[in-house]
Ligand binder design. Structure first.
Ligand SMILES: Cc1cc2nc3c(=O)[nH]c(=O)nc-3n(C[C@H](O)[C@H](O)[C@H](O)COP(=O)(O)OP(=O)(O)OC[C@H]3O[C@@H](n4cnc5c(N)ncnc54)[C@H](O)[C@@H]3O)c2cc1C
Length: 582
């Protein structure tokens, strides 16, 4: 029996044929969490759906977040109770029903400096937070003495520490979650294609009737006819909207960066949250590392490849060192990533004060745009956008049911978890590997283990990134829509930020595994590696630059690997790039 959720090369060809031949009820531009969520929402209402993503699934903001599924404790200070309650409701739904295989609880310690005021003020906040989440799927907060804080977080700076409060939120691998949404949408009949850029709209009598698209693999142009078109392009919203003549939402970008450092550099059993001058500091456990985040600064430069500058990195290290007993240095940094928050134009000039609430709007052309919000509330955004599209479609369209649709990999996940020891024995793999695979693939783990049984070399650890198995790179190209090396190293896995060499050593083996699926010849393999190495070198270079403008210029030294039909400068040989830094 075929697997309709599969996003392999043949399925992409089929999706492109469907896009050329059919008229869809809804076409969605943008394959981030909002667009993929809208594709699933529309498909599960029985609508025919096409989704176009210009680069890779989650290549925009949806792979670059802090990876928290949270209500946003700090929005309580802004008295946005409705927003917090809605997000906490989504948190419970995601953690218990929709994708418990991908979402896991994380404890956060809030260190207190002023014993009475902080304990009363922050204590009231977390009490309200737990209460708003009712029924709470995660453990409730608890107050901690100074001694207990230091037992839980031995690396915490002792001076001025008066005690703490620990509360719980949840985390997700954002790119893998977006992928699960996309595959779930495909399972329900949506046609999805990546490397497919919307370059214009089909407009008849002043109304948008579809999308003009260009395939960035071949340069071929395509017309996708649709009764309604949803623009779900995050920080690109205005650019895409302008292709249809403008009007509708106004969105600006705010940059946030994250650093990854090895787990042993911070001794702690818990994550940490603290206030900074402009944003919130998070120290978040992530596999064998800690993710440190984040910053919040206006960004008006390249949207595709936001760059972290030396200033950003030093600011973040300074913020985390203010709470640590032993300071971190640049040499501790394994990986760096930067993302852009799509913020609706708001009432304040300071980006961290802008509302994270979302909006759905229609332009005069009929193009629907949805933007704002946050990762956690993607399902609500998707529902609202499809609700609006549904009012303009002929016939009755059923209401959204995505609150009852477990995502790919969630079905039977509990049973697979209970069998983890047996799976480890049968596959001759250590238990931690099975747990890791269950956390990335859920009940789809059986497909990877079957591949590894058929071809035992796939069961080996990946050279250069031994936390992953070789089969994961193979599966990414065969089933998960990965078309380029960068897709596997950056989003299907997180090798590009989790390893000190940023995936350069793993690039060769991953390239060979992908080549076997995608039929790459020697020239294509060399080109893929050259592109990846040029990207890593340009990122390292940008992270040595003093400010946004110089960092952006350095990052743009490496061209995107998807450029067919666009201006396509060849990547410079990696050794000719300037390279330095962490
Ligand atoms: C630093 C940072 C930390 C964050 N942390 C959290 C967090 O912990 N929790 C949380 O809930 N939220 C968080 N967020 C917010 C959250 O990540 C975003 O709200 C969310 O990912 C936005 O998703 P999106 O689908 O709307 O946009 P995107 O993910 O950017 O998707 C838009 C897509 O449109 C595509 N596109 C653009 N133009 C075209 C075109 N012409 N044709 C085809 N495709 C096109 C892009 O390639 C992109 O893939 C964070 C954001 C940032 C920046």
């Amino acid at each position: 029996m075929g697997d309709d959720s599969r996003l392999g090369p043949e399925e992409r060809r089929r999706a492109l044929r469907r896009m050329a031949d059919e008229q869809f009820d809804v076409a969605i531009v943008g394959g981030g969490v909002t667009g993929c969520g809208a594709a699933l929402d529309a498909a599960t209402r029985g609508l025919s759906v096409a989704l176009l993503e210009k680069r890779d699934l989650a290549a925009g903001t949806s792979s670059r977040s802090s990876k928290l599924i949270h209500g946003g404790l700090r929005y309580l200070e802004q008295l946005q109770f409705g927003l917090v309650r809605e997000a906490l409701r989504e948190q419970t739904l995601l953690a218990t029903r929709l994708c418990p295989h991908l979402v896991r609880p994380v404890p956060f310690l809030f260190p207190l400096r002023r014993p009475a005021i902080d304990r009363a003020w922050i204590g009231a906040g977390v009490l309200l937070y737990d209460w708003l989440a009712h029924p709470r799927a995660l453990p409730r907060h608890r107050h901690l003495s100074r001694r207990r804080c230091l037992e839980l977080f031995p690396s915490l700076r002792r001076e001025g520490l008066a005690g703490g409060i620990q509360y719980w939120d949840a985390q997700v691998d954002d790119a893998r979650h977006t992928l699960a949404l996309a595959r779930s949408a495909a399972l329900h009949g949506a046609a999805l294609a990546t490397s497919l850029r919307a370059v214009g709209f089909l407009v008849r009598e002043g109304r948008v009737q579809g999308v003009r698209a260009r395939c960035l693999e071949t340069g071929a142009e395509l017309e996708v006819r649709a009764r309604q078109v949803i623009n779900a392009t995050g920080v690109w919203t205005e650019r895409v909207r302008d292709l249809a003549g403008g009007g509708g939402l106004r969105v600006r970008a705010s940059k946030g960066i994250h650093l990854l450092v090895p787990r042993e550099r911070i001794r702690s059993e818990t994550g940490l949250i603290a206030r900074t001058a402009t944003s919130v500091l998070f120290v978040i456990p992530w596999k064998e590392t800690w993710i440190l985040g984040t910053t919040d600064t206006d960004w008006s430069l390249d949207l595709d490849h936001p760059a972290a500058s030396r200033r950003d990195i030093e600011y973040l290290l300074g913020a985390v060192n203010a709470v640590l007993a032993e300071p971190l240095t640049r040499a501790d940094v394994l990986g760096v990533y930067a993302g852009l928050r799509p913020l609706l134009y708001g009432e304040s000039d300071a980006t961290s004060e802008l509302s994270r609430e979302h909006a759905v709007a229609t332009a005069d052309s009929g193009l629907i745009s949805v933007a704002g919000g946050k990762y956690t509330t993607y399902r609500v955004m998707a529902r609202d956008a499809v609700d609006l599209a549904a009012t303009r479609l002929p016939g009755a369209v059923p209401p959204s049911c995505t609150d009852r649709i477990p995502l790919l990999g969630a079905d039977g996940h509990a049973g697979w978890c209970q069998r983890a020891d047996a799976l480890a024995r049968e596959a001759d793999l250590p238990r931690w590997r099975i747990d890791g695979l269950l956390g990335r693939y859920g009940s789809r783990i059986g497909e990877l283990l079957a591949l590894a049984r058929e071809r035992p070399e796939l069961a080996l650890p990946l050279e250069g990134a031994p936390g992953y198995l070789r089969v994961e790179a193979f599966y990414a190209a065969a089933n998960e829509g990965a078309l380029h090396l960068d897709d596997v190293l950056t989003r299907r896995t997180r090798i590009s930020v989790e390893t000190r060499d940023r995936g350069v050593r793993a690039a060769g083996p991953v390239c060979e595994l992908m080549a076997a699926v995608l039929g790459w010849d020697a020239a294509t393999r060399a080109r893929e590696i050259a592109h990846y190495e040029a990207r890593v070198a340009a990122e390292r270079d940008s992270q040595e630059q003093p400010d946004d403008r110089t960092a952006d210029a350095a990052r743009l030294g490496a061209p995107d690997v998807r450029t067919a039909g666009e201006r396509a400068p060849a990547p410079a040989a990696p050794e000719k790039q300037r390279s330095s830094g962490a």
